[in-house]
Write a protein that binds this ligand. Sequence first.
Ligand SMILES: Nc1ncnc2c1ncn2[C@@H]1O[C@H](COP(=O)(O)OP(=O)(O)O)[C@@H](O)[C@H]1O
Ligand SMILES: [Mg+2]
Length: 396
Amino acid sequence: MADPRPWPPTPFLYDRPVPPEELIDRQSELAKLLELADAGQSVRVSAPRRYGKTTLLRKTLVEADRLGMASVYVDLDRVVSLEGISDRVEAAYRNQLQGPIRRSIVNVLRTLRPRASAGAAGARVEIAPSADADARRTLERMLDLPVDIHRKTGRRTLVVFDEFQHVLRVGAEVEGIFRSHVQHQAAEASYVFAGSHPGLLATIFGDRERPFFGQARPLDLAPLPDDALADYIDSRFAQTGKEAGVALEALLDLARGHPQRAMLLAHHLWEQTPPGTSADFDTWAGVLEAVDRELHESFDRMWDRLRVNESRVLAALCASDASLFNQRTLAQFGLSKSGAEQGRDKLIEFGDVLEPGGGRLLVVDPLLERWVRTYHIRTYYGEFTLGDSGARAETP
Ligand SMILES: Nc1ncnc2c1ncn2[C@@H]1O[C@H](COP(=O)(O)OP(=O)(O)O)[C@@H](O)[C@H]1O
Ligand SMILES: [Mg+2]
């Protein structure tokens, strides 16, 4: 059967982490991560979802490997049990290491995971009564694998735990288990803990009462710079016989450096620009329509899950740059001061709104912001601008 994909395939990936060689910018973050890894220092990388954490961390692991470290990437996304964590750690060591290091680690793993000799190949022996203690012991042993690697080869291991906040779902003791192993491996390992949920990460690393308090240096990811995005997009268009033309500026304005949103817009722009031509404002209008079609349902679902104060705060932030707490804004969006604070705090906690400093509040996703402005503010409030002295708002 013929390959149904258009040819050439899109040069803009936006639905998965980008291969290390495709990284745009992030050179200073990369250098910092490698420097800290080399010094045995743990780091926590915190940034909103889709900001390029995984992309950057994969690149870091490739470079760490070149520098002579063993490198392991453990994805903890949606993990819910101790067994689940151990499975992810095991898979990472099995699949990502090579040569003699891998062989020696596989030997250790074999002693940890007795396999059933009869029955389904590879099925694990079930020992129900002590299952919990077993799961704990297995995980603890796995967290010490960098010590084995160091003993065998003298090499340091860089271990990345991505979406680390999900360990909180597993149980109260898990943070302590990680901490008690990680803290004794200054010579053998360096760690990166990454996550998309600012509230949960702050809980793990910023709460004095918890095992990880003060244990990892914070590294935040900023939006990507416009010039780096423009160079990348321009060159991909040129390589495939197209030009982004006047639409490029509109794209950069809308994306405001959001990595995944910039790539999603670039993909649609590329798709709608016929070969051998340059995109124009009509092309751009088509891009916005396509993006609305693609994202409408997920935004709608997100909106439905918001509590009343959260949706009002989000609407207010999307409507204008005026301070959320000015009397007009509060009145216009049916918010009390405490309701606005509550809504704001929740949106920040979940990573939908950022506080970039100076008391400003920024909606993280520029396409969500556009969607709220288009579908909610217009619908509920009619066409108006907040500065307009004649504007009157009804409560949604
Ligand atoms: N430095 C980068 N260079 C190129 N594309 C990037 C970069 N960072 C993020 N992206 C884009 O953003 C998308 C999401 O990146 P990802 O690393 O999965 O983010 P996160 O792990 O923070 O959720 C990728 O598919 C890619 O399109
Ligand atoms: Mg990720």
